[in-house]
Design a protein around this ligand. Sequence first.
Ligand SMILES: Cc1cc2nc3c(=O)[nH]c(=O)nc-3n(C[C@H](O)[C@H](O)[C@H](O)COP(=O)(O)OP(=O)(O)OC[C@H]3O[C@@H](n4cnc5c(N)ncnc54)[C@H](O)[C@@H]3O)c2cc1C
Length: 448
Amino acid sequence: MDEEIEIINTNTRVEKLKNFLISKRKQLITSLILIILILITFFGYQEFKSSSKEKLANKFNSIVTNFETGKKENINNSLIEIINTKDKTYSPLAFFFLLDNDLITSSDEINSYFDLLINEVSLEKEIKNLTIYKKGLFNSEFVQENELLNILNPVIKSEDILPKSDWYKKFEKYWEPSEQKARENLDNFVNKSILNYGVNRDFPSIKGTSLLSPYIRNGQINVGDIWQKCKKLKSNNVSIKKYTNEIGWREFSHSLINYFPQMLKGNLRKEFDKFPWVNNSKFLNAWKKGMTGYPIVDAGMRELYETGWMHNRIRMVVGSFLVKHLRINWKEGEKYFRNCLLDFNEANNVAQWQWVAGCGADAAPYFRIFNPILQGEKFDKQGDYVKKWVPELSKVPPKYIHKPWEMEKKYQEAINTIIGSSYPMPIVVHEKARADALSAFQSIKKKN
Ligand SMILES: Cc1cc2nc3c(=O)[nH]c(=O)nc-3n(C[C@H](O)[C@H](O)[C@H](O)COP(=O)(O)OP(=O)(O)OC[C@H]3O[C@@H](n4cnc5c(N)ncnc54)[C@H](O)[C@@H]3O)c2cc1C
């Protein structure tokens, strides 16, 4: 009997344990399902959030691109749509874009967007700026300029805008930026060099030009004053005329851009829109770094990077090399010059690059292709300019300085200048590059 009771008790315990386990398993499964559901919802939401942010960013970017390329239809509406979306990331940008480009002008409209943004943008800092900006716009007596600056200053700190490294310091070796120095340079040039300008201006190793362009660019001297100073010489000397002509070319570039502002964005000669430019970042970088293997080109590019200025003759040579030998769009060269030149001005730079490429007004025809070897031999016969900027060629004799790859191997070893190792081999062969450029040019002629 005792045994039977024992068996029943054991069975009941087993049964209970089984039930207990089953109920725990159910709970576990339910919890797992719940956790999975929560995870799916969370990641799905994140995905949705980031993809909608991305979409918004893309939309904003495409609007800005359309605006820049002149396609302005419906931009207003799209920007307003961005301002009205729930995600406010791009709202302030969209608002300022509308404002900066005079797409919204009435103060009522501006006010209503401000209110919309201020109500919805959560960032406290942003709200503060917008409020102050708004007050500054509509009630300048209420918010003094100083007060505005004080509030904006902590947000736009000068150290955030200035370059992090002091690479610009090197320019102090070459330039002294002041009105006084500009006047001094002009006096020196007019008293000592102007009469030889006509000849010396083409030789990059001679200080034969006025070197006034950075001062003109930065407003430290006025072209009108330069002109008057030259006129006071009361001379018919060809060099003086040549010099004032150059000042005239500057005016020409500015009036070109004034009458044909579309030049800032593209070719003045529309047939060049079909030119088969080559995308080659390796060649472009070699050009920028002064590592093309053509010494006169490399010297120019290194002078530019080091001093923020490049001799005019060499600007033409490096420009021609980029657009003709490498067939890279002139806009790449224009962009790089814009970043490096201390005398950069939009009108001269764009007009001159289009002159070089053959697609501008009064342009050098595309088939006029500067030969970098002959240009070097003509304007830097002894190689002084090349040796200054490409010191790895300092032991190369004048005969080979513009074509160092032609030196015999034994000789390269003797002077410890191995072409292909101490200095690069040419990245393109002149004759082939010239032929390719001409046939590319023929192709756009046929299309027209
Ligand atoms: C591809 C390329 C890009 C250029 N980009 C610029 C630029 O961004 N800014 C700029 O000022 N010049 C530019 N130039 C023109 C010219 O090279 C420089 O004006 C000149 O080298 C400046 O040196 P400088 O003051 O000693 O000239 P100088 O020979 O002493 O000439 C006196 C002034 O005349 C004007 N001038 C001279 N040559 C030209 C020219 N060809 N076209 C228009 N104006 C000229 C400049 O204001 C110059 O300062 C560019 C030329 C080329 C080929």
